[in-house]
Ligand binder design. Structure first.
Ligand SMILES: [Zn+2]
Length: 155
């Protein structure tokens, strides 16, 4: 797992033309080993390609070259954590639903998946959930010390 502040997490991922099933298998394996993770972007394990996988209950899937084409105006507050940023949980504003375009076409995503997809599509664009936290109080749990880069934003 690539851990923050590794610069790999800040690079924008490239769209792919064909699917390397070995990478996908590896992503699902690593995701299931985390125990509590629900999704993983390829760049979190070092592949700079625009792919993420998710596994939530009986729903599993691979999302390739996703792009958000529209977001609902309605916002919800989601309490998020990230496999690449251990020990930090914080409240982030997300759109309640999104419309995305992927290699498979256009799809509307709502519910828990809307949150997961926004978090992962951010990853593919080099954005982390901590970037979207607006107030120090929105960190609901910090194990250890808040990274300097993050703490400086609230001084
Ligand atoms: Zn994450």
């Amino acid at each position: 797992m690539i851990i923050y502040p590794n610069p790999i997490l800040r690079k924008k991922c490239k769209p792919i033309k064909y699917l390397d099933t070995e990478i996908i298998d590896k992503m699902f394996q690593i995701l299931s080993k985390t125990g509590n993770g629900v999704a993983l972007s390829a760049n979190q394990i070092g592949y700079p390609i625009a792919v993420f996988v998710y596994s939530l209950g009986t729903n599993r899937g691979v999302v390739i070259n996703p792009r958000i084409i529209s977001k609902s105006k309605e916002i919800i507050i989601s309490e998020e954590a990230c496999l690449s940023i251990p020990g930090i949980i914080g409240k982030v504003e997300r759109s309640k639903s999104i419309i995305i375009k992927t290699i498979n076409g256009i799809e509307t995503i709502g519910g828990s998946f809307a949150i997961i997809f926004q978090h992962e599509i951010d990853h593919l664009n080099g954005i982390l959930f901590i970037d979207r936290i607006k107030n120090l109080e929105d960190f609901t749990h910090i194990k250890g010390v808040l990274p300097d880069e993050v703490a400086e934003r609230f001084i």
